[in-house]
Ligand binder design. Structure first.
Ligand code: UD1
Ligand code: UDP
Length: 435
């Protein structure tokens, strides 16, 4: 089996790295394609060094541009590479333009697409990432979802549950593996010369940093939080708008705010693990915060990671100045609440996601499901029904007895459950598709 990995930005490098590493260890053939969407040393190459990743076999070098131009160029160049390399499966991760381009190019070549971190939904169509992740899911034939919540999003969109694998998130694999190395090697905290409580701040979402009003509200709030040291590694998009809107000098002159360039992964993990709070609009950081038991304040009005909020480790504050300040003050002065946020259970697994993903790939290969062919069986029709199951029988057993049937969803009173093969159906209702 030959696997093509497509990456383009900082979070994709970090989250794909554990799968690539395992692919090498298991002696599987692979080709690594970097679209070059992120290209600054500290947004790309630094992560290859920190994560000990080999150089990509291809770098398309697309650089920055409008969504249309950037995506179109990536599709064109990825198509050329995939046509030449002929992989058995193309792996994409997350929701960036690189993912959109990779998934579209591969699926149009009838190649199997594996989407890592599939099924996330913010239900906010104004986010470019929401469009990207939905299109990538349309093009995929294997869905590696982090949680049951994301599996249900897909099952409710009629994705075949047999193609959905609940694997946890590879960010936990990356975190667990590298935090120890970071603790032994990073000098960041002494270099930054910070003492006292740290609030790590990151933001780069277009809806925050490209909007002068929202950006002003968030920065005004940060300026007022003078009792805590704010470490703010600035994303290149944010640096541009801070300069354009004239905020950079104000921030630099605030004694409690420590502005830095984007930080490498090892240093950043250490910083995160020693922080009292994380304040962010990043997707990955919401996951890492709950993994490292750091209370997270999210500068957004919605999240495609609702599990972190329900678990109690994440509070959404949008870009509302008063809410931001009040939330930090409330958590700081309430030990019980702080501890509850710290102790929130991590919904993203135990660090074995990459192993689960590769095992699922190998299983699909063995079952010859990686070949995307036009079906030659005559489909007689599709009926959908809701049935109540009275006896002890698992999803797998039920489907084996009722051929041409798929259990799409399971209901237990008001609760909707994903039909995992081993789930016992006794006293539950099922939504059954019969072909
Ligand atoms: C992209 C992703 C976003 C992801 C983020 C991770 C899309 C639509 N957005 O956002 O989902 O959360 O990466 O960080 O795919 N720039 C540089 N150097 C670089 C890269 C970018 O200076 O190495 C600057 C350029 O001015 C560019 C701007 O940052 O125009 C935005 O870069 P872009 O890749 O378009 O989007 P991100 O904001 O990085
Ligand atoms: N990160 C980093 N250095 C930084 C900021 C972030 O290493 O200065 C890492 C962080 O640990 C996380 C990832 O970058 O794993 C998140 O990337 P980003 O916020 O750019 O993208 P998103 O997750 O929102 O797509």
């Amino acid at each position: 089996m030959k696997i093509a990995f497509i990456i383009g930005t900082r979070p994709e490098i970090i989250k794909m790295a554990p799968i690539i590493d395992l692919t090498q260890k298991w002696g599987l053939e692979y080709v690594l394609i970097h679209t070059g969407q992120h290209y600054d040393h500290e947004m790309s190459q630094k992560f290859f060094l920190d994560l000990k990743l080999e150089k990509p076999h291809y770098n398309i070098g697309v650089g920055s541009n409008s969504h249309g131009k950037q995506t179109a160029q990536m599709i064109e160049e990825i198509e050329k590479v995939l046509t030449h390399e002929k992989p058995d499966v193309v792996m994409v991760q997350g929701d960036t333009n690189a993912v959109l381009a990779g998934a579209v190019a591969a699926s149009k070549l009838n190649l199997a697409v594996g989407h890592v971190e599939a099924g996330l939904r913010s239900f906010d169509r104004t986010m470019p990432e929401e469009i990207n992740r939905k299109i990538a899911d349309c093009c995929s034939s294997m869905y590696f979802v982090p949680t049951e919540e994301s599996a249900l999003n897909l099952a409710m969109e009629s994705v075949d549950p047999h193609e959905i694998f609940i694997t946890g998130n590879t960010v936990v694999d990356a975190c667990m593996r590298h935090l120890k190395i970071a603790e032994e090697n990073s000098n960041l905290l002494s270099e930054l010369d910070v003492d006292g409580d740290i609030l790590t701040l990151t933001m780069h979402r277009a809806e925050n940093v490209d909007d002068p009003e929202r950006l002003k509200n968030i920065l005004d709030a940060i300026m007022e939080l003078e009792d805590i040291t704010v470490v703010f590694p600035v994303h290149p998009r944010t640096l541009k708008t801070l300069e354009n809107f004239g905020y950079l000098d104000r921030l630099k002159n605030s004694a409690h705010i420590n502005l830095t360039k984007p930080i490498g992964y090892l240093d950043f993990l250490l910083l995160l693990s020693r922080s009292k709070f994380v304040m962010t609009d990043s997707g990955g950081l919401q996951e890492e915060a709950i993994t490292l038991n750091v209370p997270c304040i999210t500068l957004r009005y919605n999240t495609e990671r609702p599990e972190t909020v329900t678990a109690g480790g994440n509070i959404l504050v949008g870009s509302d100045k008063t809410k931001i300040i009040e939330t930090i003050k409330r958590i700081s002065s309430d030990n019980e609440l702080y501890k509850k946020m710290q102790d929130a259970e991590n919904p993203y697994g135990d660090g074995s996601s990459s192993e689960k993903i590769l095992n699922a790939l190998l299983k699909f290969e063995k079952e010859e499901k990686l070949h995307i062919n036009s079906p030659d069986n005559i489909m007689k029709g599709l009926s959908r029904s809701i049935l109540t199951i009275d006896n002890n029988i698992t999803v797998e057993e039920y489907e084996a007895l009722n051929t041409s049937s798929r259990i799409q969803l399971v209901f237990q009173r008001e609760k909707i459950i994903f039909p995992s093969p081993e789930l016992n159906l006794k006293h539950k209702k099922i939504l059954l598709n019969k072909y």
